[in-house]
Every structure is written in C-alpha cells, then in structure tokens.
Design a protein around this ligand. Structure first.
Ligand code: TZP
Ligand code: MG
Length: 207
C-alpha cells in the first residue's frame, strides 16, 4: 500500500467523480479517499455511494474524509480525521471495529502520538506548501526518516503535501516509502497515466 489517492472535490466536480476514480484505480492507487471540503453531507453521500463500489470491485479501501457518521452509514472502509477532529476512540465508537481510521499529522511529535493512540495509518505533512491545504506551514523533508523509523515501520505512514512527479525523487531519497498525491494527479492531462507513472516509481524506488 504505497500510493494513496484522494478524490478531492476541490479539483473534481461531482459529475466527474466516477470517471476520475476509475482512472486513479486503473493507474494503481492502493487506497482512495473522498475529500469534499465545503460540501454538504447529502452531496458527499451521493458521490461516495458511486465511488465506494468502484473501489470495492478492485479491492481498494475507500476512506471518507472528516465524517465518521457518513462513513458508517455508507459502509465505507474507513474515515480520515485531522488533529482537531476528536480522538481515535470517538471515531472508533462511530465507525465500529474493522474500519480503518487515519490521522493527519504535521510534526514528528504528532506522528508518534497518533501511532501511540492506535491509529491505523497516518498522513505526514504537508512536506511542501500546497494550495490543496492553503495556509498550513510546510514541514520539509528533514523529519521523514525518523518518522519512518518510529512510526512508518509499525503502521502505514503516507507523506503528503505538494508532492509532484518532479519532487518525488527528493521525497523518496529523504526516506519516504508511501505518499499521498492529490493535485498533481487530479490536474494531470491524463490521470490514469500520471498515476501509473508515480506508482511504478514507488514500486521501483522503495523497499
Ligand atoms: N493534508 C496535508 S497536505 C494536504 C492534505 C489534505 C493536501 C495534499 O494535496 P496536494 O495537492 O498533493 O498537495
Ligand atoms: Mg478533517
């Protein structure tokens, strides 16, 4: 599980959700999140109801951002929550056992804390400034290796934030083994081939 794709409705209209999801999956995304900041729960549910079966058909977990209640109601494979979205126990009580629960982390200390709390996976970043999460300071590449040692060797840890095909080599050289890439895939002229290119580099250049 090396490439985490996000169907982000900041870049993709709801009408294109199915086609874009299929392209990400054909390109080799290993896990996929539906992220829809500013959308109402009904709209998110409508999109997720179409995306979840596409993922399930190819055995890729489909994670909902932010809404444990919706994730439970739609039988998504899990939920992703931020630092201000409550505890693991609170989310677990809503989604139930057997679902994945991920946490956004923005420092080595937060990454260690998320692992100790028992999250199933983490995001670690943003490594670089990114319009997808505007205003969030970049944390750079220096802590990746230690994060991988302390956390990534126990649970999947996905580096995230401003990663482009051009910066992937530097991110991997800094010790990353798993990445989330959002805008660089969703705005690519051919989403499937852009995804496939990133995936094959991850398969080749990580252990
Ligand atoms: N969390 C930390 S950075 C980020 C999120 C959701 C955005 C990643 O998107 P992009 O477009 O790959 O920078
Ligand atoms: Mg959140």
């Amino acid at each position: 599980m090396q490439l985490y794709a996000i169907l982000d409705l900041g870049y993709v209209t709801p009408e294109r959700a199915g086609d874009v999801t299929s392209a990400l999956l054909r390109g080799g995304a290993d896990i996929l999140q539906v992220r829809a900041k500013g959308y109402g729960k009904d709209q998110i549910a409508e999109v997720a109801r179409r995306v979840i079966p596409l993922c399930r058909a190819v055995g890729v977990p489909c994670i909902l951002n932010d809404h444990p209640d919706l994730a439970a109601a739609l039988d998504a494979d899990g939920v992703h929550i931020g630092q201000d979205d409550g505890t693991l126990a609170e989310a677990r009580a809503i989604v139930g056992p057997g679902k994945l629960i991920g946490r956004s982390t923005h420092s080595l200390a937060q990454a260690r804390a998320a692992h100790e709390e028992g999250f199933d996976y983490i995001g670690f970043g943003p490594l670089f400034p990114t319009p997808t999460k505007a205003g969030r300071p970049a944390i750079g590449l220096d802590d990746i290796r230690e994060m991988e040692q302390d956390v990534g060797s126990h649970i999947p840890a996905f580096c995230i934030g401003g990663i482009k095909p051009e910066s992937l080599d530097a991110v991997l050289a800094a010790g990353a083994r798993r990445v989330v890439i959002v805008s660089a895939l969703l705005t690519a002229p051919n989403i499937e081939s852009a995804t496939r290119a990133v995936k094959s580099r991850l398969l080749r250049d990580t252990t």
